[in-house]
Write a protein that binds this ligand. Structure first.
Ligand SMILES: Nc1ncnc2c1ncn2[C@@H]1O[C@H](COP(=O)(O)OP(=O)(O)O)[C@@H](O)[C@H]1O
Ligand code: SF4
Ligand SMILES: [Mg+2]
Length: 346
């Protein structure tokens, strides 16, 4: 069966942008030539129709780049991205997005809306261009989508600066929905909002998902938001997916040492222990994507590292119950929920 969204072998490398000064300095030997950034490094991901997949990982792990490739904003350097078997972008020397079925919601709604355009024009511009509405119907069309996201339709004549942060994010969601997508890529859509507003936007996304039968790729560094919203979760580390599976199982019994470290790095209240805040930050720093380590990308920070990890890339393999993990120690035949992964010392 073809997955609704299939990402196969997707990689994105950003070539360094050299100024004239950089070129001269490199030529004179005053600096090393800047290296290519390996932002996404061979990702396979399959999402069923109507599912909500969370994509989490530290800042710089490549989540936004992967999301932008899925949304047809970045061209993959390698690999393919398909919706029901159809490529999101045209092949060839000048690839471009060829479907409106995927739309994206960004972290900063203010930056993503044109400050000089009335909301009605912002909402109707794309749909008119793609024949989803006409100029005559544009106002009614915009009003309908404002209502869908819980805003007063009369706001259609306003400008972005006349809204609060939460309202602006609703407008940004309405703009994406007005293109009548099947898949919505949400890149940290609540990260810039107050906590009270975050819950409203998350509830809105959950309602829209139900009512419009949307499939969501929900990118976040906030593990509690992902736990609340997502059916499945994919954990990303330095351009690669290291674990993927049903959200409750991944959170309860992580199969990859990085997932475990990530979950332990979230501060939480230990009620038994005289209400103490405990958390264990992940040791070390994310290596540079300009010079990713050989073998397993997590090897410099992993408490279970052994020789093979420094040479051989662990593949993202089935480890049972619809779960996948990319670690030489994670295999389906290991008994017990928590396999060989010992508690991280410290
Ligand atoms: N347009 C770009 N040009 C060069 N490097 C980029 C570009 N976009 C992202 N990167 C780099 O790619 C890596 C992954 O970035 P990003 O996808 O934004 O990660 P995340 O969303 O997980 O924080 C980072 O090292 C970032 O600096
Ligand atoms: S492959 Fe090795 S270094 Fe990577 S997570 Fe597994 S044990 Fe750790
Ligand atoms: Mg990002």
């Amino acid at each position: 069966m073809t997955a609704f969204l299939s990402v196969e072998g997707a990689a994105k490398r950003f070539a360094p942008v050299l100024t004239f000064g950089d070129k001269v300095a490199t030529w004179l030997g005053a600096q090393k030539p800047p290296r290519t950034v390996h932002a996404v490094d061979g990702v396979d991901l399959f999402v069923e129709r109507g599912a909500v997949l969370g994509l989490v990982g530290e800042s710089g792990s490549g989540k936004s780049t992967l999301g932008r490739m899925v949304a047809g904003i970045h061209v993959p350097t390698e690999g393919s991205i398909r919706l029901e078997g159809m490529p999101v972008m045209s092949p060839g020397n000048r690839p471009r997005k060829i479907t409106t079925r995927v739309q994206m919601v960004f972290q900063d709604p203010f930056a993503s809306l044109d400050p000089r355009m009335r909301i009605a024009d912002t909402l109707a511009e794309g749909p008119i261009a793609h024949g989803l509405t006409t100029r005559r119907e544009a106002m009614a069309y915009a009003r309908k989508w404002l209502e869908t996201v819980g805003l007063d339709p009369d706001y259609a004549t306003r400008f972005p600066h006349q809204f609060s942060g939460g309202q602006r994010q609703r407008v940004a969601i309405a703009r994406a929905l007005a293109m009548q997508p099947d898949l919505l890529v949400c890149d940290e859509p609540v990260a810039s909002l107050d906590v009270s507003i975050q819950a409203q936007i998350i509830n809105l996304l959950m309602r829209l998902r139900r009512e419009l039968n949307l499939t969501l790729l929900f990118i976040s560094h906030d593990l509690s938001v992902v736990r609340h919203l997502c059916d499945r979760v994919a954990i990303m580390y330095l351009g690669r997916i290291v674990e993927e599976g049903p959200t409750p199982e991944v959170y309860e019994t992580p199969r990859h040492p990085y997932t475990r470290a990530l979950l332990e790095s979230v501060p939480r209240l230990e009620i038994d222990d005289d209400v103490d805040v405990v958390f264990r930050p992940i040791e070390g720093e994310l290596p540079s994507p300009q010079n990713p380590p050989a073998g397993c990308h997590f090897n410099a920070r992993c408490p279970l590292v052994f020789d093979r990890c420094r040479i051989e890339r662990p593949l993202l393999n089935e480890v049972g119950n619809g779960r996948l993990a990319a670690c030489h120690l994670a295999s389906p035949d290991q008994a017990g929920p928590n396999l060989a992964i010992k508690p991280i010392s410290g």
